[in-house]
Design a protein around this ligand. Structure first.
Ligand code: SMG
Ligand code: MG
Length: 381
């Protein structure tokens, strides 16, 4: 394939309510979208022009992980896109080989993932194949879970959870941090009974908190997600030995290799797969395959994506090894106005898009309304 130009757009999207985690509060999402205008050769020798969309899931600050939107913009322009242009000069550019083409650049997985996603979308649109079919999806809808931020009070938490259960969400995830853990979980259990419930600490604890965290065992949680630091795989394994609640990793699993180490060490009984965190949907699928072969459950995480990433996540979550509900909510969980047609919950599920490529695209007027900066990079001839 050939890229004619790459367009990078930064958007500012207000959130319907503040989202608080152990590392801070977000009131808007800075979304970085990538459009790749490409020419794709078909099987019949003819070429098709197609635009592919990618979404970079980096946050506006390097607090969830080291990546952030400003850094991603820089690395995409200065180091990643030039490498894709170089590969295409030798006719060596494809969505499937993009990760290898970009591999000399260390890290920056969310930036790389956004480009790979756009190349996949363009390629699949040109051949009329859906993302879900391409990835190997076996379901046409996926169960919708919701991630509930840290609230100001327990009554407010109970009201928030009640509203999500009323909306049909089939699984509740509570964000926790030191000082907001045992009591919120106890209150939700007491009020709502036996609902599928899990917690996410975003690396807010240390192994020294093991005795405290173990108190969560009495609440029969589905899992505890990333209690310790990103690079504490060994300590997660030690903590897992001291708790009955299944250990799930998010931030720590940055690649299939990291997943292999985590599984071998006993640091993960469950893995939260996020394509952006691991460098793209193809690496995400490899982690799914690896985990499945080891009998490790996986589920699809969320990064407050617009409809583009949300649709792609729904396709990924439709693979057979995704046996737990993901953080795949309706668009209205975060946005009054999504940039695509909104995803809506029906009977506790989100439908997997069936159209070519991602099966969804930004609505031009809405995209323009929320865009705060644009960069276009043309291919050298
Ligand atoms: O997209 O539903 C969503 C967000 C789910 O809690 C969520 N994501 O650590 O899993 C996680 C967080 C990361 C984003 S926090 C800004
Ligand atoms: Mg998490």
């Amino acid at each position: 394939m050939r890229i004619r130009s790459v367009e990078l757009r930064t958007l500012r999207l207000p959130l319907v309510s503040p989202f608080t985690t152990s590392f801070g509060t977000e009131t808007e999402r800075q979304a970085l979208l990538v459009a790749v205008h490409a020419t794709i050769p078909g099987a019949d020798g003819r070429t098709t022009k197609a635009t592919g969309w990618g979404e970079c899931v980096a946050g506006s600050t390097p607090l969830y992980s080291s990546e952030y939107v400003g850094g991603a913009l820089e690395v995409i322009q200065r180091f990643l896109v030039p490498r894709l242009f170089e590969a295409q000069q030798f006719d060596q550019l494809s969505a499937e080989t993009a990760a290898e083409t970009l591999s000399a650049v260390k890290g920056h997985r969310m930036a790389k993932a956004a480009l790979e996603m756009a190349l996949l979308d363009a390629t699949l649109r040109a051949r009329g194949e859906s993302f879900a079919h391409y990835l190997g999806a076996v379901r046409d809808r996926v169960p919708a879970g919701v991630s509930v931020g840290i609230q100001d009070s327990i009554p407010q938490l109970l009201d928030t959870v009640a509203s999500y259960l009323d909306a049909g969400y089939v699984r509740i995830k509570l964000k926790i941090k030191p000082g907001w853990d045992i009591e919120p979980v106890r209150s939700v259990r007491e009020r709502f009974g036996d609902i599928p419930l899990q917690v996410d600490a975003n690396a807010a604890y240390t192994l020294g908190d093991a005795a405290h965290l173990r108190r969560l065992d009495e609440f029969d949680l589905l899992l505890i997600e990333q209690p310790l630091a990103e690079d504490d795989l060994y300590q997660h394994a030690r903590l897992a030995e001291r708790m009955r609640t299944p250990m799930c990793l998010d931030e720590s699993v940055v690649s299939a290799q990291a997943a292999a180490v985590a599984i071998t060490l006993g640091a993960a009984a469950v893995i939260n797969i996020k394509a952006g965190r691991v460098g793209g949907y193809l690496e995400a699928r490899r982690i799914h395959d690896l985990a499945r072969a080891h009998g490790i459950a996986v589920w699809c995480g969320g990064m407050i994506e617009t409809g583009l990433g949300r649709g792609a996540n729904a396709a990924l979550a439709a693979l057979p090894g995704f046996t737990l509900p993901g953080d795949i909510s309706g668009s209205d969980r975060f946005y009054l106005q999504d940039v695509t047609e909104p995803f809506v919950i029906k009977d506790g599920h989100i439908a997997v898009p069936t159209g070519p490529g991602l099966g969804v695209e930004p609505i031009p007027e809405i995209l323009d309304e929320f865009t705060v900066s644009r960069v276009a990079i043309s291919s050298p001839r």
